[in-house]
Design a protein around this ligand. Structure first.
Ligand code: SAM
Length: 272
């Protein structure tokens, strides 16, 4: 049985900003499990509201930055966490507040209206130091960004650098007030790649996007990448297939193999 928390003294009765507050402990636990924060980690909760996610993350021993735009919630958060030195409350807009420079996690139930803007910030080219995120987003958006073959080039670029997966569907009843659509917990994990591998993966993806009907073999002949069938298959790529049918994660795997094949073999335990 899904567990729904009774609205606590921190759950606002009114809904002044048209937002939906999380009232499911199951969903909260799934979000925490996804990023598994702990002492030594820095976690950002964007759109912290009354602090339900912030409080759960703080209990893991991680440091938390709670970002909230609404001045009333900022006051509530400051009062609620005044005795928790590991929680810092930042009043500001999640689209513009500076993100940590050091490696960080995001665990949050942000407002749907700015989900895409948030994803652009976290996953875009500026290379923020995001390691992992667990976000609630609308079900439709979660499906689009986790599609094996994304329909938009921007999402494909995100999926090249990050592994985007659906953790679970979240029924609308897990929020108050109840939204009209279901949501999902979206997991985002940075792929372990060097900067050069990341650049190469992006180039390969761009080339495929430019000539979707060309075969992978033909596409690679124009690049410096060795296209041996065994290597391609190990990366999940069928050499004769059309470029458009290669998932972004497979281009990422090929880039990693190309940039540092020996390092990768060693990691897998079959090196010299
Ligand atoms: C969906 S509610 C979630 C609140 C809380 N995290 C929870 O799960 O119950 C989103 C919160 O984001 C805040 N918010 C809306 N737009 C924002 C923005 N651009 N920047 C920061 N916070 C924002 C709202 O005031 C609201 O408290």
């Amino acid at each position: 049985m899904p567990q729904h928390r009774r609205p606590s003294r921190h759950t606002p009765a009114a809904n002044p900003s048209g937002v939906h507050f999380l009232v499911s402990d199951d969903v909260l636990r799934a979000m925490i499990r996804t990023c598994a924060p702990g002492p030594g980690d820095l976690v950002v909760d964007v759109g912290a509201g009354p602090g339900v996610v912030t409080a759960a993350v703080a209990r893991t021993g991680a440091r938390v930055i709670a970002v909230e735009r609404d001045p009333d919630f900022v006051r509530t958060l400051r009062t609620r966490f005044r005795d928790r030195p590991r929680v810092r409350v930042v009043g500001g807009d999640l689209r513009t507040v500076p993100l940590p420079r050091r490696d960080f996690l995001v665990v949050a139930n942000p407002p749907y209206a700015v989900s895409t803007a948030l994803l652009r910030r976290l996953l875009g080219r500026g290379r923020p130091a995001l390691r992992c995120a667990a976000l609630t987003v609308e079900w439709g958006l979660a499906r689009r960004v986790t599609a094996p073959l994304p329909r938009s080039r921007e999402v494909a670029q995100w999926a090249c650098r990050f592994d985007l997966t659906l953790v679970r569907r979240v029924p609308a009843r897990c929020f108050r007030p109840t939204p009209t659509v279901d949501s999902a917990v979206l997991a985002i994990r940075r792929r372990p790649m060097s900067r050069s591998a990341e650049a190469l993966a992006t180039d390969l993806l761009d080339a495929a996007w430019h000539e979707p009907s060309r075969s992978v073999r033909a596409l690679l002949r124009r690049s410096d990448v060795r296209g041996e069938p065994r290597l391609l298959r190990r990366c999940g790529i069928e050499p004769g297939s059309r470029a458009a049918t290669v998932p972004p994660g497979a281009w990422a795997a090929l880039a990693v193999e190309t940039i540092s094949p020996s390092a990768r073999r060693e990691r897998q335990g079959d090196g010299v």
